[in-house]
Design a protein around this ligand. Sequence first.
Ligand SMILES: [Fe+2]
Length: 337
Amino acid sequence: MFKRSRAPKDVLAEVERREKEAKRLGLLPRMFRGGDFEVRRFAGPERWVQQLGGLRVTHLTDLHVGRVTPMDVQREAVAITNGQAADLVVLTGDFVCHSLNYLDELTDTLKGLEAPAIAVLGNHDYWAGGEEVQRALERAGVLVLRNEHTLLTLRGEKLQVVGLDDAYTGHADLRAATRGLRTDVPTLGLSHIGEEADALWDKGAALVLAGHTHAGQVTLAGLHELAVGKLAGHKYVHGIYGSRRAETAPAGALYVGAGVGAAVMPLRLGERARREVTSFELGHAPGTLDEHHDDQPALKGRAPTAATRARRAAAVVKKKEKRAAKNGGSTFRLDEK
Ligand SMILES: [Fe+2]
């Protein structure tokens, strides 16, 4: 089921027809059928209570539109998000899943968002084609920030959003992203990779939202902290880290979302691993809402070596060249499906 992309089109159509029928009859396990969303709610940083009367920002990440994640799941994510009646929706990367084949579906689904939306890209977007994914998002009316920031006025409140481009594939440029950033306005940071929050806090982004880890997808018995934390070296695996309290270090907080989709297998086991839509009530102090959990300490983590970073950046170039060669010089084919 997970390697369908290599199969002929008629076989894929037949597999999809059978899946639809199995789903209609209720024969698919819940994790394949979709649904099973967790809607979480958190307050924002304490220091923003004096600056904001109240804004709701809803966070989605790692949609991974493609064959591994049914489109029904994507549509459900958008419907749940609209139900949050957010002032702003933010999306932190990995919109696609190994190909550009579902860009029209991505655009159509995100066109359903009722609030203004801002995004940053993730490693999967760069592996498949960053420019093409950006254009698909923009066709849906989503503003894509690639190492830049924007100042919004939402219901009369000012909020600055800084979008750091994907650090995993070597596209993050903190200096470019934060050049000219105002220090007198609450600043929300977006980054696909959570570990970039440390640097964004230093630049004044008191809350950073991220994705990438999918919360490990299996969180039973702390397996996610073992796999994503110890083995993959992430300090931030899932949930809220850092500090939202004004007097407590570090000078900011980070939320790592569990995401909506998957890139390899759709399995999600454990309460923390469930597909997630999360809203942040900015202008409210931590502890004043019924929150899922409080600020967590970072894991030990392990920063990628220079060699690892170089290998990851080279992989993007190699994939781009491969796409260009396959498409006769062009990096984009509209008729790929
Ligand atoms: Fe992802």
